[in-house]
Design a protein around this ligand. Structure first.
Ligand code: ZN
Length: 703
């Protein structure tokens, strides 16, 4: 190790939580370079000494890859929650080298052959099921990394991988920058009519946040403005639902669906390049399409199986969605027919919300005061304790954080023994944090050389409204569901009992099964005794009234056909782009998108709609030819939840018994067992799609 290269506690505490406070972007470059070098040397040493056994090749390979993946993981995490120019530069400069170093591991012929020998030799018999799945996945993964390619094909393959990584990052940066680039300063009260108080407060706060460059905004207030309208989701979504100004809704909607589709931030050429390269990559590996390549490592396996599920769901959802649209038109006609002769896309959200208010007689905003973040957390942690026997204890200050509002928690079992810990970064920070919500792994569970266990650590990231003044963060019900969702991922990461990094927690779980625990957790938001443990007014302490809860339940199924169809649309579009669509062919992406939309939408998108330009799931995330996974896993999740309803949701002992079985199967076994088999261990049978349709009120309940 050369002494003139700085060390960095943020990037090198390989078995502990990173020291975020000590992170310096200028250190990251030289450090990553050193780690790449060290990994290369360790690889050479392993190639010279490997033997076809777990201890002879699998374990040492895991070990040697950890330091770089740890440091790169921290850098990537910070890029998504604490983006700076300096950090972006590091990532852009180092990404190709990191990708190349990863490929050298994945494409080591020597190690690949050692794995193949392990699988076919006597060493295979002594491996347990989880170890075998790790080896099998590694072999397939190596084959997908181009291990069998030689000469020019290998060179081309590596070029494609580096280019895809670069384009994915570029896509994400364009999308974030496009979101940041749009804002309108509203000064006339007429322009914000209809908006709830919380949104006005957020828009005034947003105005004040840019006062440095526009001093006139320094004294913005919720009541008298100025208000800053942005594409940041906590402002965008309620604005489209509530703003009376049709003109501004249209302006905002058009800005929203055309984000990152022109000028310097245009993602259209990026998308085309990504699709071309993915198709070329699939062909090099012997697959007809990228979808075929993607599905070969998923639970669904075949394009036909996915197509069938989407078709089945569409058959049920489309007629319901058509009826819902007809109902909306009838509703609008009773309201203000002359003023709204025709329903446009920017009217749907607004009128659907008015219709919802009338039929369900409550608004998202009315519910917010019942969901202050601190109480919601208590309730969520209570669920974890009652069902899974773990306690969650606030431990702020025990771990360094990247932002003062980030919380830290420890997870302990009933006996008080430490199980895991996690960070929670709850609030939106549009200037430096990616949108959306996610769970990511900070540390994986692992058996260390001294026989002790490194406990898992998770990042839970949300983007809800920050506290305003003395008022805590008041959550919409959907933000509550999102928190439960991400916590479900976190539980699977944190409650794993698998000691092999490569199969611990969410590692090595097929994509289309990985949303099972997260979607499962959302169901608890609709369980009244559970919800009432935390749904209390933040000032008066009054519990959520029964009539509001009843309405929440009806709201779940409100326009369910339309919402279902939307997911089927996105899943179909993703699948088509990665299977039937030929990026080198005559048909344009836009033509394909329009054809898919025709099948899956009631009101056609605008001609200039370029929603794909911000569809980060499939272009900057891991969901390419995998977006259907949400619905696939929802089938599993809804059916798993019925195990609890069958046991009786109001019976604490039964709940704990079923909960414990869920913990020991779905949450504990990680990627160490085929997901279909894990499901059968929990449920005693194969998943039944009926539960999902019924949970949305989309099919007649069985007698
Ligand atoms: Zn999820």
């Amino acid at each position: 190790m050369s002494s003139n290269i700085p060390t960095d506690p943020a990037l090198e505490r390989f078995n502990s939580i990173p020291d975020f406070g000590a992170f310096k972007p200028e250190n990251a470059g030289p450090l990553l370079k050193r780690l790449i070098q060290a990994q290369d040397q360790a690889l050479l040493a392993l190639e010279a000494s490997s033997a076809p056994s777990w201890a002879g090749v699998v374990q040492p390979l895991t070990e040697l890859a950890e330091p770089l993946s740890y440091a790169w993981g921290v850098v990537h995490h910070l890029l998504s929650v604490k983006d700076t120019e300096a950090l972006r530069e590091v990532v852009q400069a180092l990404q190709p080298e990191v990708v190349a170093a990863g490929l050298r591991l994945a494409q080591s012929q020597t190690l690949y052959h050692a794995y193949r020998e392990l699988k076919s030799g006597s060493g295979w018999n002594v491996l347990d099921e989880a170890q075998r799945r790790v080896v099998d996945a590694a072999i397939l993964s190596a084959e997908h990394s181009g291990i069998a390619l030689e000469g020019a094909e290998r060179t081309r393959f590596n070029e494609i991988e580096a280019e895809l990584a670069r384009l994915g990052t570029l896509f994400g940066n364009h999308a974030l920058d496009a979101t940041k680039a749009f804002s309108l300063i509203l000064t006339d009260k007429e322009q914000v009519l209809g908006l709830p108080e919380t949104v006005l407060a957020m828009m005034a706060q947003s105005a004040r946040s840019v006062a440095e460059s526009e001093p006139a905004l320094a004294n913005a207030t919720p009541d008298s403005g100025p208000w800053r309208l942005t594409l940041d989701a906590p402002i965008l979504i309620p604005f489209l639902k509530h703003a009376k100004s049709r003109e501004l809704r249209e302006k905002l909607y058009r800005a929203y669906v055309t984000q990152a589709s022109a000028g310097e931030l245009d993602n259209q050429p990026v998308i085309l390049d990504i699709l071309k390269l993915k198709r070329e990559k699939a062909a090099l590996l012997g697959y007809n399409t990228y979808a075929a390549l993607s599905l070969s490592r998923k639970m669904a396996k075949e394009i036909g199986a996915v197509q069938k599920m989407l078709d089945d769901l569409r058959k049920t959802a489309r007629p319901v969605a058509e009826e819902e649209y007809a109902e909306l038109l009838r509703f609008v006609a009773t309201q203000n027919a002359e003023a709204n002769p025709e329903l446009k896309l920017w009217d749907i959200g607004y009128w659907a919300e008015r219709q919802r208010e009338q039929t369900l007689d409550f608004t998202d905003e009315q519910l917010r005061p019942f969901f202050p973040l601190p109480r919601v957390l208590e309730g969520l942690f209570g669920v974890a304790e009652r069902l899974f026997g773990v306690r969650i204890i606030a431990a702020d200050g025990e771990a360094p954080v990247w932002e003062p509002s980030v919380r830290f928690f420890r997870v302990v079992d009933r006996a008080g023994e430490a199980v895991a810990s996690f960070f929670l970064d709850p609030y939106t920070r549009p200037a430096e944090k990616r949108q959306g919500a996610w769970m990511n792994t900070c540390l994986d569970r692992k058996l260390l050389a001294d026989g002790s266990v490194r406990l898992p650590v998770a990042y839970l990231i949300c983007n809800q409204s920050p506290p305003v003044g003395e008022t805590p963060s008041l959550m919409t019900f959907s933000e509550v569901e999102t928190l439960f969702h991400e916590f479900g991922h976190g539980l699977q990461h944190m409650l794993t009992r698998v000691d092999y990094v490569d199969a611990a927690g969410i590692n090595n779980i097929e994509w289309d099964a990985v949303e099972l625990p997260s979607q499962f957790m959302e169901n608890w938001c609709y369980h009244r005794p559970t919800l009432l443990t935390f749904a209390r007014h933040f000032e008066s302490g009054e519990p959520l009234p029964q009539h509001l809860f009843d309405k929440l339940l009806s709201a779940r199924n409100y326009r369910a056909g339309s919402q279902f169809l939307r997911q089927v649309h996105l899943g179909s579009l993703d699948l088509a782009l990665h299977s039937s669509f030929d990026p080198a062919g005559e048909q344009s992406i836009q033509t394909l998108a329009e054809a898919v939309a025709q099948e899956n939408t009631i009101l056609p998108p605008l001609a200039e709609d370029r929603f794909l330009c911000t569809f980060g799931h499939i272009f900057a995330g891991g969901y390419a030819a995998g977006y259907y996974s949400y619905k696939w896993a929802e089938v599993l999740a809804a059916d798993a939840f019925t195990a609890f309803t069958d046991a009786g949701l109001d019976n604490p002992e039964k709940l704990a018994e079923v909960g414990s079985r869920f913990r020991e199967t779905v949450l504990a076994l990680g990627g160490g067992k085929e997901p279909g088999a894990v499901f059968r261990m929990f449920r005693g049978r194969d998943p039944d799609p009926k539960a999902l349709l019924q949970s949305y009120g989309l099919s007649p309940a069985s007698p």
